[in-house]
Design a protein around this ligand. Structure first.
Ligand code: 1PR
Length: 526
């Protein structure tokens, strides 16, 4: 029996699923006595250091946790569950951590690399560990964080990882182990870490193929646009420039849960679900979508993003639900990140008009509670040609693909409601303002390219990338494996997302990875 410390801040479901998959049953901590009674404790930390410590203090968990750690019973901390072991964090000045290890938590100094550090990176093993049993050493694990631990005594450092500079990515002291990456989101390699923890492997080892330097992989993401078909069943669909109907009927490309599982097995680094008609309904009435997430997270151990309808709304009884309420439901059902589309455009429009933010926007609220890395902004821009760089107040770029009247300039108009309505905000400005509000990542679609198989809009991607420091997922237009290589060579995009070519089986996901291997850093699955 493994005891899991869930303090209510995020996606603990995946951790539970991973432990159960590894053959062990789970008890969730409901009161402080459960910590004292635990024989093996897993502490998955989510959110921000300050809010985590606040909740742990409020629930009276701090003293039993400290006692548990002192007793040297088996402990596995994950992400913030690692950071909590230290004395303090730059993320929450003045807030004390558990202080089990001397040292602090500091913001990543990643040079020109984007922060948060999101994606699959390797580990350099510093001392033998039981957690490594059965690992080759060159596996990649899923990281998502902006802060890292700095132990005073380096004797506890189990692994290091390179990202701009190097940082401690795991510690071990006696039976207390903690890791910065997410094993529950790291595919087979991550499941192996849980198996080793559960089995209490005592034979510490150093895997054979540890890299000298670790590298962040460019991610390949499979996207599932989901909506109800004309009979009311939730299906995966796919549009051409956002039109998902063929002869009047919604295209049905398959079952969302089955397709997500297939892409996981084929090596997808992440799966994104976009509830493309989420803007129409009360999102919390959208129980089938929650069901899809719950079922998917039982078998899919890579990050899951969910988008569509994340905004404040009033239900039929007149009751107000914040965007945070909606997001919380998704996180509890297995989502690791939520993606905000239409609401982000309206928020930015308002800020540009009034010159200030209320601090209560969906982006700010969700980032405050769940951390920036959990908030993706999905942008649905459309190219608008103009005759000169100062023809409109929006951010205009020069283009090598002239418009219908030979225009050599264009801007990218943001849209809402699934591309149905254009708004006067450009994609570059939207990206910049959303980053300032606390978004951690951008999903950059392009309506002109969507479903065309003509390649990504590299001009759009470079323009947005140049204006932000958070990771950018390039989307729309992938038609061949070479389009992915071109994207990664000619832009700084951290990830590529595609839908149609994968759904129609034209270019399998594994073929994309095979084509990229040796040209760009990618994650290969054993
Ligand atoms: O506005 O917060 O409710 O979110 C709605 C979400 O649904 C947004 O993320 C928006 O992008 C998405 N969406 C809305 N309508 C559509 C549609 O297609 N009719 N899909 C839609 C967006 C774009 C990508 C697509 C890539 C890759 N589709 O999801 O998967 O373009 O496609 P490709 O590789 O086949 O070219 P809100």
């Amino acid at each position: 029996m493994i005891t899991v410390l869930d303090y209510g801040a995020g996606n603990v479901r995946s951790v539970i699923n991973a432990i159960e998959r590894a053959g062990e049953s789970v008890r969730i901590v409901e009161q402080s006595g459960d910590i004292s009674a635990a024989e093996k404790l897993v502490f998955p930390g989510v959110g921000s250091f300050g809010s985590m410590m606040h909740i742990l203090n409020e629930k009276g968990y701090v003293a039993p946790l400290k006692a548990y750690l002192r007793s040297n019973r088996p402990f596995l901390g994950i992400c913030l569950g690692l950071q909590a072991l230290f004395e303090s964090s730059e993320e929450a000045p003045g807030v004390s951590g558990l202080g089990f290890l001397a040292g602090t938590v500091q913001r990543l100094q990643a040079g020109s690399c984007a922060v948060p550090h999101i994606g699959w990176n390797g580990i350099r093993v510093q001392k033998p560990g039981g957690l490594f049993s059965g690992l080759a050493g060159d596996e990649k694990f899923y990281f998502v964080h902006s802060y890292h631990v700095v132990p005073h005594d380096r004797g506890c450092v189990l692994t290091e990882t390179d990202y701009g500079s190097s940082f401690t990515s795991a510690i071990q002291q006696g039976n207390i182990a903690a890791i910065q990456f997410h094993p529950e989101k790291s595919g087979a390699a991550g499941l192996r870490i849980f198996e080793n923890f559960i089995a209490g492997r005592s034979s510490a080892c150093v895997p054979e193929r540890c890299p000298r330097e670790t590298r962040l992989a460019r991610r390949i993401i499979a996207c599932l646009d989901v909506r109800a078909d004309d009979r009311g069943n939730l299906v995966v669909t796919k549009g051409d420039q956002y039109d998902v109907r063929d002869g009047g009927a919604v295209r049905n490309l398959g079952d969302p849960v089955e397709m997500a599982r297939r892409y996981y097995e084929e090596g997808a680094d992440e799966i994104t679900f976009l509830n493309i008609t989420g803007f129409r309904n009360c999102p919390l009435a959208d129980m089938p979508m929650l069901d899809v997430l719950q079922k998917t997270s039982r078998h899919v151990f890579v990050p899951l993003t969910i988008g569509g309808g994340i905004r404040e709304y009033r239900d039929e009884a007149g009751c107000l639900h914040t965007a945070l309420d909606v997001a919380a439901q998704y996180f509890r059902s297995g989502a690791d990140k939520i993606s905000i589309g239409s609401d982000a455009v309206l928020i930015v429009e308002d800020i540009l008009k009034t010159g200030r933010t209320t601090g209560l926007s969906s982006i700010e609220q969700i980032a405050r509670v769940y951390g920036s890395q959990a908030v993706v902004i999905s942008i649905d821009p459309r190219r608008m040609y103009v005759d000169s760089p100062d023809a409109v107040p929006q951010h205009v770029i020069a283009t090598d693909a002239p418009g219908p009247r030979g225009e050599r300039w264009c801007w990218y108009e943001c849209t809402v409601r699934g591309g149905r309505e254009g708004r006067p905000v450009d994609a570059v400005t939207l990206a910049r303002v959303c980053q300032e509000l606390g978004a951690g990542e951008l999903l950059l679609n392009c309506i002109d390219r969507d479903g065309t198989c003509g390649g990504f809009d590299l001009e759009l991607i470079n323009a947005v990338k140049a204006s932000v420091s958070i990771p950018v997922i390039a989307s729309s237009g992938a038609g061949s494996a070479e389009h992915f290589a071109e994207l990664f060579v000619r832009t700084g995009a951290e990830a590529a997302l595609a839908a149609g070519i994968f759904h129609r089986g034209e270019v399998p996901l594994a073929a994309v990875k095979k084509h990229l291997a040796g040209r760009v850093e990618i994650r290969t699955c054993g």
